[in-house]
Design a protein around this ligand. Structure first.
Ligand code: ZN
Length: 209
């Protein structure tokens, strides 16, 4: 077990930064309450989470889609509700943690499709009681970081082509309030390895022809 983990660790960190990076084009739909500065906070947190996988994230507004752009992988996201934490809903509106779907990705048969949705309204309702005592600026950063974590979770399903989950980190089946709000919350080593390009399968001559 220790030896296997050591191998995975070396796989995860062996690649020199930038050497084999893949581009991930994210076409983001309109998000209510998420201005340009907020998008930048979400984008940089998402990039930070995806850097160990070797992804350069290119965030594009899906309404201003240009032809001729070429990415190694493309994902499309949409946002429901308002992502602004300026005016919080009453704490009594907070849903029970284990009953909320904050984000989901489309699946067709065994294929995970590159479309996902994040429910900003539910996220804010869930975080509202914890956000209340914070300044508006800190609320916004907290919500934007949580949003990036939800997006990273869905991107994990798409890149790893799995509907399965890990026992810890961003690829967990469900997030606690702490996971959403903590200063740091990352992918675990197993999900990072699942998201890396798999080594090419060696096909013998007899099978190839
Ligand atoms: Zn999931």
């Amino acid at each position: 077990m220790a030896a296997l983990l050591a191998v995975l660790l070396s796989l995860a960190f062996a690649a020199p930064a930038g050497a084999e990076n893949r581009t991930l084009g994210l076409y983001a739909g309109h998000a209510d309450g998420l201005g340009a500065a907020s998008v930048e906070t979400v984008r940089s947190e998402l990039q930070r989470l995806l850097t160990p996988v070797g992804f350069d994230l290119i965030w594009r507004d899906s309404a201003q889609r240009k032809s001729g752009e070429d990415f190694d992988l493309v994902v499309v996201s949409s946002f429901d509700g308002s992502c602004s934490a300026d005016d919080l809903p009453p704490s009594s509106a907070a849903p029970a943690l284990n009953s909320v779907i904050l984000a989901d990705t489309s699946v067709s048969g065994s294929r995970v499709l590159p479309f996902f949705r994040v429910d900003c309204g539910q996220l804010i309702r869930m975080l509202a009681p914890s956000l209340k005592p914070l300044s508006v600026a800190v609320r916004q950063t907290t919500v934007q970081r949580a949003l990036a974590r939800l997006m990273a979770h869905e991107i994990y399903h798409i890149v790893a082509q799995t509907t399965g989950h890990q026992s810890s980190g961003i690829a967990k089946a469900s997030f606690s309030l702490r996971d959403l709000m903590a200063d740091r919350f990352e992918f675990d080593i197993w999900s990072l390895s699942q998201m890396k390009p798999q080594p090419a399968v060696v096909i013998s001559d007899s099978e190839e022809r």
